[in-house]
Design a protein around this ligand. Structure first.
Ligand code: FE2
Length: 411
């Protein structure tokens, strides 16, 4: 297949891409079609590597209003409602919702999803369903599963055992939730446990770390120190890290040295945290997000995630990463031209680094032919116009397509 006349990322000249046997074979200007080769003319539009959802809770997706609506819109009411909803979880229920959510994501150009799955459930039913789906959907969307202890590791009965069982059952990464543990001591121990477990089984780590406005929540320094001292470094991700937005500058400045040394990844979730944080503040009210610009300037890798789609914590959501980038740029005050033009990296290359996808990600000869075509000439336009993904190819096969809506005025 020959894809012609496409702008790859930020290139200033259109190029052609040849795909053979599911891989990128040749990229250059003026490639000529071979006899009988399928040709697709992109008309000077943007192609990118596939979008990546680096932080999602697929097991809770599409449950808003069940068994009741979150009326206050707060995190605490969300937790209460989810613990009620969790009682009725079945494998069929999880499978049906995840299948729908993944298709919403795929239609918006996503081909990789890191999902956290709640394992504070002795039946591990959601984890089991997710492991099946990871296998069934792998030709369309690659799913990475984090064993996520929603109710704590030390603070939930048999939490450590459940974590290890989840890893044995097939989780790709180990999670933790230090700010939710009963005590600071439990928080610290949970991180030591998570890192040891990941080392034992050769897994990645992704911690819900300090998702709270409390400036005394300091799981991040423990996680970063462990990542540095064990050498796990870039295999470790710290998600949310909202408290970093509330730390005093004198402490934050000291912490940034350790963060740089640790080489850990950060995943910021702008939708959910601008909605849920700062709720106990009067005015002025904190934004509650981590320090994205400063972390990037510090040399740390940062990606953006949606976190949830339409669940007890967040009653909205489409799964479209353009939404995430759009709101993230606003909330993190990244409004300069370069910030906007480069922002696709937050949901492509930076996310690929967090997911540890390696060199196989990206449009270059020899790599799997995974790419998307936007209905826009560049990412600036794609973001501003919420352009649709016209086509999404995985291993050279078309897995999703969209037709742009036609808008007309009559004056
Ligand atoms: Fe999360």
């Amino acid at each position: 297949m020959l894809i012609r006349n496409a702008y790859i990322e930020k290139s200033t000249v259109p190029e052609d891409i040849r795909i053979t046997d599911g891989k990128f074979a040749e990229i250059g200007k003026g490639l000529q079609p071979a006899l009988g080769e399928e040709v697709i003319d992109c008309g000077g539009k943007l192609v990118l590597p596939p979008l990546i959802e680096s932080h999602m809770h697929l097991d809770t997706c599409l449950t808003a209003g069940e068994p009741r609506w979150n009326k206050s819109g707060t995190l605490f009411e969300g937790i209460e409602i989810w613990s009620e909803r969790k009682k009725s979880l079945t494998k069929a229920d999880v499978r049906e919702r995840v299948n729908r959510a993944v298709r919403m994501q795929a239609a918006n150009g996503i081909q990789y999803v890191r999902t956290h799955v709640d394992i504070t459930d002795p039946s591990l039913v959601a984890l089991e369903a997710m492991c099946e789906l990871r296998e069934e959907l792998k030709d369309f969307v690659e799913i990475q599963i984090v064993a996520f202890p929603q109710e704590g590791i030390l603070s939930y009965p048999n939490g450590k055992e459940l974590m290890e069982n989840a890893v044995k059952a097939g989780a790709d990464a180990v999670g933790a939730i230090p700010h939710y543990e009963f005590t600071r001591e439990y928080a610290v121990e949970s991180l030591h446990f998570a890192v040891k477990l990941a080392e034992k089984y050769g897994k990645l780590i992704d911690v819900h770390c300090d998702e709270i406005d409390d400036p005394a929540s300091r799981g991040l320094e423990v996680l970063a120190c462990l990542a540095y001292e064990t050498g796990m470094k870039e295999m470790v991700s710290a998600s949310h890290t909202c408290a970093l937005g509330s730390y005093d500058n004198s402490y934050a400045f000291k912490l940034f040295r350790l963060l740089r040394l640790s080489g850990i990844n950060f995943v910021c979730n702008p939708h959910i945290n601008i909605m849920l944080q700062g709720r106990l503040d009067a005015y002025p009210r904190r934004r509650g997000l981590t320090r994205v610009k400063e972390l990037l300037e510090n040399g740390n890798n940062v990606s953006f995630g949606y976190d949830v789609i339409y669940d007890p914590w967040y009653l909205l959501g489409t799964g479209n990463m353009l939404d995430v980038v759009h709101i993230g740029l606003h909330v993190c005050q990244m409004g300069g031209y370069d910030d906007i033009a480069d922002s696709y990296k937050l949901v492509t290359f930076n996310a690929a680094k967090a997911l540890h996808l390696g060199d196989a990600y990206g449009i270059k000869p020899g790599n799997p032919a995974n790419l998307i075509l936007f209905d826009a000439k560049d990412f600036y336009e794609a973001l501003n116009e919420r352009a649709v993904v016209l086509k999404s190819w995985k291993n050279g096969k078309l897995i999703a397509s969209s037709t742009p809506a036609k808008k007309e005025t009559h004056f």
